[in-house]
Ligand binder design. Sequence first.
Ligand SMILES: [Zn+2]
Length: 45
Amino acid sequence: MRCSICDQKIELTFLDKIKGTYIKKKLVCRVCQQKYKKEELLQKI
Ligand SMILES: [Zn+2]
């Protein structure tokens, strides 16, 4: 799985949860979540 914005590989936690989130059904990593505001993410996706 890769981030929809920066294309970095997204790893899973030991509980098999992704280290990221879904915005409009697209995957976004934690780095991008911190880097951009939600409105910016919605525009980039
Ligand atoms: Zn990213």
